[in-house]
Design a protein around this ligand. Structure first.
Ligand code: F6P
Length: 341
């Protein structure tokens, strides 16, 4: 069998570990041949490939990014996109695809599966917002990066008696903010799922200053103030059609300065959260996902995504992962609130 592999959407640490595991087991146990598709769905769409064998995947386990490249190309938004993908797969003799991605990439995989393309999905995103899997790989690494940043910001905030705001990624889901905020001892955590009151945030800021301590506020890029809309720097869209986020941290700093008279500054962690080497947890999870994905292909169990349930890797329908997002539930957020202020 000839298997195509692609990585789509925002990159994240652990992608190379999946690719390595898929190829290693596919070649060694099943005698498969692999084709690497470049840059997400753009690869099969435009016939952009690279060789992918045990040689090409040696030494990539600890490397961040993806040796295949990534993009947010959506073939359903391109004229004859789906037909072109099907034609190219046939021309290249590709029997099945392993698609490694988040909501958008696997959303495309779900639709292609319904149109007869043989595909198995692997859940990736630092945002951890894919449904029907306990965790996605990349999330643990980004949380650890954010926690290190928060630890560092604590000491400088205290020296200067400032409020420091850390803006982390998380468009619709506040998982990174919640986990890094709890682990980093934040004075408050603001997530997209629960609109926040600026006055309440200012109360928490003042209360932290009262105990001669400087507040760190962790805010997800998609957090929304109670009396307003999502704040973005500009209205430009990425190629999947999402507005580019960031700006809420800066806006909140202005509000805090105005309402409390305390100096407030913002650090936007941005793509630092997505770069570099994966944690051991993510390496293991990504490796296990890769091993199970190629076994699903071997079993002919297409239209599935490998998922983490407890400590087991199981197969779930692709659609169950992409039709709704996994958001932070209010009870979990309430647990963290005891530390606010
Ligand atoms: O989808 C993952 C993610 O990291 C989001 O949290 C973030 O909004 C987005 O990607 C940023 O994407 P880009 O790299 O295209 O700016």
């Amino acid at each position: 069998m000839r298997i195509g592999v692609l990585t789509g959407g925002g990159d994240c640490p652990g992608l190379n570990a999946v690719i390595r595991a898929v190829v290693r087991k596919g070649v060694k146990e099943y005698g498969y041949e692999f084709v690497g598709f470049r840059d997400g769905w753009k690869g099969p769409l435009e016939g952009l490939t690279m060789p992918l064998g045990i040689e090409e995947t040696r030494g990539i386990l600890p490397r961040g990014g993806t040796i295949l490249g990534s993009s947010r190309t959506n073939p359903f938004k391109i004229e004859n996109g789906v037909e072109r993908i099907k034609e190219n797969l046939e021309k290249m003799g590709i029997d099945a695809l392993v698609a490694i991605g988040g909501e958008d990439t696997l959303g495309v995989a779900t639709k292609l599966d319904a149109l007869g393309v043989k595909v198995v999905g692997v859940p990736k995103t630092i945002d951890n917002d894919l449904n029907n899997t306990d965790y996605t790989f990349g999330f643990d690494t980004s949380v650890n990066i954010a926690v290190e940043a928060i630890d560092r910001l604590h000491t400088t905030a205290e020296s200067h008696h400032r409020a420091l705001i850390v803006e982390v990624m998380g468009r619709h889901a506040g998982w990174i903010a919640l986990h890094s905020g709890i682990a980093g001892g934040a004075a408050c955590i603001l997530i997209p799922e629960v609109k926040f009151s600026v006055d309440k945030v200012c109360e928490w800021v003042n209360s932290r200053f009262k105990s001669s301590y400087a507040p760190i506020i962790v805010i997800a890029e998609g957090a929304i103030p109670q009396d307003g809309d999502m704040i973005v720097k500009d209205q430009t869209l990425d190629s999947f059609g999402h507005v580019k986020l960031s700006g809420i941290g800066e806006w909140l700093a202005g509000q805090i300065e105005e309402k409390t008279g305390k100096e407030a500054r913002t650090s936007v962690l941005g793509h630092i959260q997505r770069g570099g080497s994966p944690t051991a947890f993510d390496r293991v999870l990504a490796t296990r996902f890769g091993l199970h994905a190629i076994t699903a292909i071997h079993d002919g169990d297409y239209g599935k995504m490998v998922a983490l349930h407890g400590t087991n890797i199981e197969r779930v329908p692709l659609a169950s992962a992409t039709t709704q997002l996994k958001l932070v539930n209010p009870e979990l957020y309430a647990e963290a609130q005891v530390f606010f202020g």
